[in-house]
Design a protein around this ligand. Sequence first.
Ligand SMILES: [Zn+2]
Length: 623
Amino acid sequence: MAGRIRDEDIALVRERTSIAEVISDTVTLRSAGGGNLKGLCPFHDEKSPSFNVSPARNVWYCFGCGAGGDAIKFLMDAEHLSFVESVERLAARAGLQLRYVENDQAAPRARPQQGQRQRLVAAHAAAVDFYRAQLGTAGARPAREFLAQRGFDRAAAERYGCGFAPDAWDLLTKHLRQQGFSHDELVSAGLSRPSRSGTLIDRFRRRLMWPIREITGDVLGFGARKLFDDDDGPKYLNTPETPIYKKSHVLYGIDQAKREIAKQGKVVVVEGYTDVMACHLAGVPTAVATCGTAFGSDHIGVLRRLLLDTDDVAGEVIFTFDGDAAGQKAALRAFEDDQRFVGRTFIAVSPDNMDPCELRLAKGDLAVRDLVARREPLVDFALRHVINRYDLDTVDGRVEAMRRAAPLVAKLKDREKRPEYVRKLAGDLGMEIEPVQRAVLAAASGQPAGQPSPGPARAARGAPAGDNPQSLVEREALKLALQEPVLAGPMFDAVEASEYRHPVHVAVREAIAAAGGAATATGGAVWVEAARDACADLAAQALVGELAVEPLRIDGEPDPRYVSVTIARLQWGSVTGRIRDLKSKIQRINPVSNKDEYFALFGELLSLEQHARALREQAAGGL
Ligand SMILES: [Zn+2]
């Protein structure tokens, strides 16, 4: 049984604790009048602050979700500590020595039994010391060289707690066992793992180590960089998910960056440990990085509370990328995650495709600060990204680019910014404002991208958007692939993306192929998510989400016949479209001076018409 902390000591801890300071470690607070403070609640998702702190009464209360209590309760809820752990944390903070009530047996106790979290944090603290000491040994020379080559001196290595995992099977494990950590604790912490023979061995070997800290400074895990060519593991290895390490939440560098993030109201998201170090050392103290995962909504949650990102106070999030496609895709995802966030999201892409660490080495600290200063709004970045994929020298290219870009402008939550972006888009495309505006309005009214503005027979609300039969049948085919891949997969996969007429449908078809094809899928959320991830742009991503849930246009369960009819109708539409294009092309050709081309096209037309007749019969099969 754990010893109980004496009641008077608990009271003393409460008295000596500044609740505002404790909460400010994780939530940025501002004055709410009357001596009270408020911020964004860490216990529920909110856009305007309803989380109130009263320093005078030493309590906090959230009007949004009803959570509330004192500083002890805050730590219990926010950091999942036990009551005793919370009191101990606050006592340490206030410099108070706690006394414990002895158990009935009156056995002398060195210290109370700690909760699991605290034990795992303590094991990590001991591991940091161990790895740090190893960095000075002869075997760690490649680790020291790695740091030196990237412009990090000894002081930098110490500031970030860099270390070295030695070339040994169980040196750390033995060391921590000697310090009293149990087999189970080391496994739970992710520091050790059982070998095939059942003995406990170190998880990390022969690697450069970065301790990953949470916002309060506690080390929760490690990032480990490969150093040796004969190490066949991945370049970076991270602590696995443990009771305390959740990769979707942790942000490397947040402990050092939090004060500046709150003060400047901005955060710079970089890609790696060395980038965080380089940014901080170069005078960008607000840099953090995700650890072995993409930037996601949980990270946004952590940052938003620091940034105090509310409707009336703007916090800026700046993503830096070295220009690779994966990084850009991650940035574009911000559009999906939190629309409110979009207006405050910026992109800084290094012109030489260097990451901040390389940039600092090649061009110095100022170049890193410049990179961040030259940031571009996410919306501008996304539009440019979409437009660049088309040949703007041709009318077709400009029209396609407009159709693809319009949904992005239409999605802007901040409607007042739309006219500005319509003008900008028109300028970039070299088009008149009017058609661009029409395309944005059509996209905003729920028309799929690429649809002309709706005619008088506009589809009723709730019906699938678009009154063009070809558009409907393309949607239906994509729905079958997303919702019924086992049934429709093989037939669906046989039809190329080029047979789809509408650009956004082409993009979704391409994404399904990139995700491995519908025939390989077994369906469900995993499949839809894979297709969504494979989308080249946001309009396609949004459409995948829509089509995955939109009901099929058939009463009852779809059967193979329904699939084959749908696919045949799609192909028929595609072929008749090509026939139209071909006929207009033939009309423009002079059959006398271009005899060869004329007959070639004419031959093509005849075979297409034959194909169209066959498909038409197939498509008539029952619908
Ligand atoms: Zn709340």
